[in-house]
Write a protein that binds this ligand. Structure first.
Ligand SMILES: NC(=O)c1ccc[n+]([C@@H]2O[C@H](COP(=O)([O-])OP(=O)(O)OC[C@H]3O[C@@H](n4cnc5c(N)ncnc54)[C@H](OP(=O)(O)O)[C@@H]3O)[C@@H](O)[C@H]2O)c1
Ligand SMILES: *[C@@H]1O[C@H](CO)[C@@H](O)[C@H](O)[C@H]1NC(C)=O
Length: 330
């Protein structure tokens, strides 16, 4: 055997031996809670696919009334049908919510506030990742606009219903990717200068964590908790804009190869959708976290966010800026 093939054989063997333990490790924590959600209402944004859909199915299996808040009614109805048939829970409904439109967020909140008698869990799950510098209907940079501002307004408009239903919970899906940014750039909140789609995503995810902490502070004593989390690395449709992004860097031909390699890698070491939903589910239902608020979770346990994610001054400032941007304050 030549030296090269010997090295290759060792690499393959090592990969084969290590695959199972590595994969078990990357699978992360599991929500062990058997808590039932009968009589409770849960709203999940972006629940038509990915980890949001798995979370919705889990809530339905626990007996909750589940409201899928999605921008495509067609995709959402499809998901709802599947969730109803798999869970045996008929109480799964769909309402239109486009987080890239403040009008849509307000309309959705009105529908909920008019028709629902309670809201026990709000799960801010929807997200967009590394899109070009698009703008929302209201002229906000897309990733900050959808991932943060849309959820900021939505949560605020549903707060009275959440308080009325206390003990209740707000769960915001952030990301460990927040560690890659130094924080929000308050001088260029709309990212008009030197837009970098990755950096924009990191900032929107640090915004999720800051928002969740500040919300917890403001809700002290109301019986409504607010926590954020990192779901893990999961191959989902979130990667839809990545191909364009990689094409920009390495060109059209290389990007095809790069994407196939990247997808293969993420699928191999990453979590399944079910594994990726576990931390959200823990934060939404686990009895042991019932009174826990203002924390960031990963693998079903609290974790320290980066310095930028734990910056309470930035959290207060972001709240103030966000209130003005979405028109809650002039
Ligand atoms: N996948 C990962 O590795 C990973 C890692 C860390 C954090 N996260 C976070 O996990 C969350 C869920 O991601 P996922 O991986 O499950 O992604 P996904 O499969 O792409 O699902 C994202 C969901 O968000 C919805 N959405 C996007 N823009 C929207 C808008 N303007 N209005 C309403 N809904 C909108 C999508 O709807 P459409 O189907 O109509 O586009 C979809 O339902 C995100 O917040 C993401 O940042 C994911
Ligand atoms: C949370 O607080 C309530 C009310 O004070 C208490 O009954 C319950 O045991 C607490 N739960 C946990 C897990 O600490």
């Amino acid at each position: 055997m030549g030296r090269l093939s010997r090295i290759a054989a060792i690499v393959v063997l090592a990969a084969a031996v290590l695959y199972v333990p590595v994969r078990r490790w990357t699978a992360g924590g599991v929500c062990e809670s058997q808590a039932r959600m009968d009589g409770k209402t849960v709203i999940i944004t972006g629940a038509n696919t990915g980890i949001g859909k798995v979370t919705a199915k889990d809530m339905a299996e626990r007996g909750a009334r589940v409201i899928l808040a999605c921008r495509s009614l067609e995709k959402a109805e499809e998901a709802a049908k599947e969730i109803r048939s798999q869970s045996g829970n008929k109480n799964v409904v769909v309402h239109k919510l486009d987080l890239a439109s403040l009008t849509s967020v307000r309309q959705f909140a009105k529908v909920i506030n008019d028709a629902e008698t309670r809201l026990d869990v709000l799960i801010n799950n929807a997200g967009v990742y590394v899109c070009p510098r698009w703008e929302t209907e209201d002229g906000f940079e897309m990733q900050f606009g959808v991932n943060h501002l849309g959820h900021f307004l939505l949560t605020n408009l549903l707060l009275d219903l959440l308080k009325k239903s206390a003990p209740s919970r707000v769960v915001t899906v952030a990301s460990e990717a927040h560690i890659f940014t130094n924080g929000i750039d308050f001088d260029d909140i709309n990212y008009e200068n030197n837009y970098d789609s990755e950096e924009s995503y990191y900032r929107s995810k640090v915004a999720n964590i800051l928002f969740s902490r500040e919300l917890a502070r403001r809700l002290e004593g109301t019986g409504v908790t607010s926590n954020s989390l990192h779901p893990g690395i999961i191959y989902t449709e979130i990667n839809r804009h990545r191909e364009d992004y990689i094409r920009e860097i390495v060109g059209a031909q290389l990007s095809k190869v790069a994407n196939i390699l990247m997808e293969g890698f993420v699928r191999m070491i990453g979590k399944t959708w079910e594994e990726g939903a576990q931390t959200t589910i823990c934060c939404a239902v686990a009895e042991e976290w019932q009174n826990t608020t203002g924390l960031y979770f990963s693998d079903c346990v609290p974790k320290e966010p980066s310095a930028a994610g734990g910056d309470d001054e930035a959290a207060a400032r972001l709240w103030d800026v966000s209130e003005r941007m979405v028109g809650l304050k002039s």
